[in-house]
Ligand binder design. Sequence first.
Ligand SMILES: Cc1ncc(COP(=O)(O)O)c(C=O)c1O
Length: 351
Amino acid sequence: MAVVKANAYGHGLVPAAWTFLAAGASQLGVAFVEEGLELRRAGITAPILVLGGLLGQQIGAFLDYDLTIGVASPEKLRHVNEAAEQTGRRAKVHLKIDTGMGRLGKRWDRCAEFFAQGAASEHCDVLGVYSHFANADAQDPTFAREQLDHFLAATSFYEREGLPTPVRHMANSGACLGHPEAWLDMVRPGILLYGVYPGPEARRTIDVQPALTLKTRVVFYKVVDEGLTVGYDLTWRAPRTTRVVTLPIGYGDGYARALSNRGEVLIEGVRRPIVGRMSMDQCNVDLGDGTAYNGDEVVLIGAQGDGRITVEEVAAWVDTIPYEILTMLGSRIPRYYLDDSAAASAAASVG
Ligand SMILES: Cc1ncc(COP(=O)(O)O)c(C=O)c1O
């Protein structure tokens, strides 16, 4: 299962989904029903599991659009079964077990009745059972192993009762890399599919390259006299006569305001610092001894010449994780796909 929630980690929901399906993914995972609807409206017919919490009034949409429902409690399962009965449709369900993440799910040591209820729900097909790791990418594997043990103990219910075991899945990117014993019947990675490791401690057992480069262009050049300020709140004052370029990207695009006076960009392959406050739509860069003309390419994440700025670095400047940097990238930023042939041919095959 390829996880494509949050606009496919900022990469573009529908093109990313087509690409993963063309590359062999058999299912897609999203967080919200709206994301599932967008995929269905784009013509995607593959199974789509909605991993997030379930609101009662949304069950009809799940059934109408043939979305698989992640069900995290006996009450919700009852609602889904009733809604399915009323509409005359069968609900496709994966049961969510909490093995230690402490978020959604029925607790692993109290889920036998939940499983039994699932098996007895006349209008539901329980196709899967899943859980989520809290720190599968950590160097210390102890907690992840405990979570896996809980999951295996809980799901042994099916064998004990002589019932077919639904598809068991638990492995996010961290577990794909560091816990092969947790791959079970299906893996469920997100960030690794986009070429980014889930954390600094994650084992690099699979070699990946980032799919995304974030670029912009110079829109303005000026020479700032010594002592003059740049940007809101006067947070940067030219220490000497300084050549500054303005870039048309800001926090309104998800390029974090915390990069003010902290982040760097690549111009002609050389790192140049962001000076002054990040505006909503623009930011300024000290060009140093470099040259840049209006329209010149500037790389904010990715490589240019001999230079490279990683999403991990940008995340460190903002004191966050790469997940947040990627998923913040806003809708104003056009996405271009260098090789979208797989996606395009997959799209064409459904008309
Ligand atoms: C339930 C669930 N499964 C899988 C994933 C994918 O995780 P990752 O991007 O770390 O592989 C996520 C993402 O947070 C998730 O919430």
